[in-house]
Every structure is written in structure tokens, then in C-alpha cells.
Design a protein around this ligand. Structure first.
Ligand SMILES: [Zn+2]
Length: 137
């Protein structure tokens, strides 16, 4: 039964995508709603790839630029549903791209100041401070 449920969910999401790209978003949203209900009925978690593409508030199928807006805000991705306004925030794994870090690193092996006798060095703290700015200006 669970297998059948998974198949149906996959089918419904495929249909939802198809309808959404054709501009029939009411149908797409309906398919998402059905898929979610099947998932709940049979206690089947939706695959991660499916969980990314719909709104948890109103089951709208998210099509970039049409039903969802994606913005980057202080290192996290914020997706706003254009149907109901619900936001979904996800942390980005790597706020600074690796290539930029390397570009900013000193290129030459310059002589480092050795003579500086300073107080106890601060251990470089791994900052994991949640900095959430004001949501709505
Ligand atoms: Zn929504």
C-alpha cells in the first residue's frame, strides 16, 4: 500500500509540474494537495525534491517567478509564497562561495610580522550566531 502511495505521489507531482508550466496553476495546486493528503493518509514522507516545490501553507505548486519569490537574506534563502505569503527559510550550506574565499586570501607568501608580542590570542570562534534581521522594513 505504501508503495502504491509513493507511486501516486510521484505521479501527482509530475502532473503538477506539467500543469504549472502550462499555466494551469489551479490544477497544479490541486495535485499537490492530493499528493500531500495521500502522504498523510499512508504516513509516507514526501521526497525532499517534492518538499521543496510547494507551499506548506496553501499547497500551491511553486513555480519560480509565478507562485514563489526567492530571495537571499543574510546567508539564507527565503522563499515567499505569492499565493498566501507564507515564508519558508532555509539555510544555505555555504554563505561564501569557495572560489571567493580563495580569491580574497593573500596570494604571495609575504613575511609575516613575527615580533608582535600580544596578549592572549582570541581563539577563533566558530560563529554560529543566528542573526535574523528585521523581517519587514
Ligand atoms: Zn502559500
Amino acid at each position: 500500500m505504501v508503495r502504491i502511495a509513493r507511486d501516486r505521489i510521484a505521479t501527482l507531482f509530475a502532473l503538477a509540474e506539467e500543469e504549472a508550466t502550462m499555466g494551469r496553476s489551479e490544477l497544479a495546486d490541486r495535485y499537490v494537495g492530493l499528493a500531500r493528503r495521500i502522504g498523510m493518509r499512508y504516513n509516507v514522507r514526501l521526497l525532499a525534491e517534492y518538499r521543496e516545490v510547494y507551499c506548506r501553507g496553501c499547497s500551491a505548486y511553486w513555480l519560480e517567478g509565478r507562485t514563489v519569490r526567492t530571495r537571499l537574506r543574510s546567508g539564507r534563502r527565503v522563499r515567499t509564497c505569492l499565493r498566501c505569503g507564507r515564508e519558508r527559510r532555509s539555510r544555505l550550506r555555504r554563505p561564501v562561495p569557495r572560489s571567493r574565499e580563495l580569491a580574497e586570501a593573500p596570494k604571495s607568501t609575504r613575511a609575516l610580522p613575527v615580533e608582535v608580542e600580544s596578549g592572549p590570542l582570541d581563539e577563533e570562534t566558530d560563529e554560529r550566531v543566528e542573526e535574523v534581521g528585521p523581517e519587514d522594513p
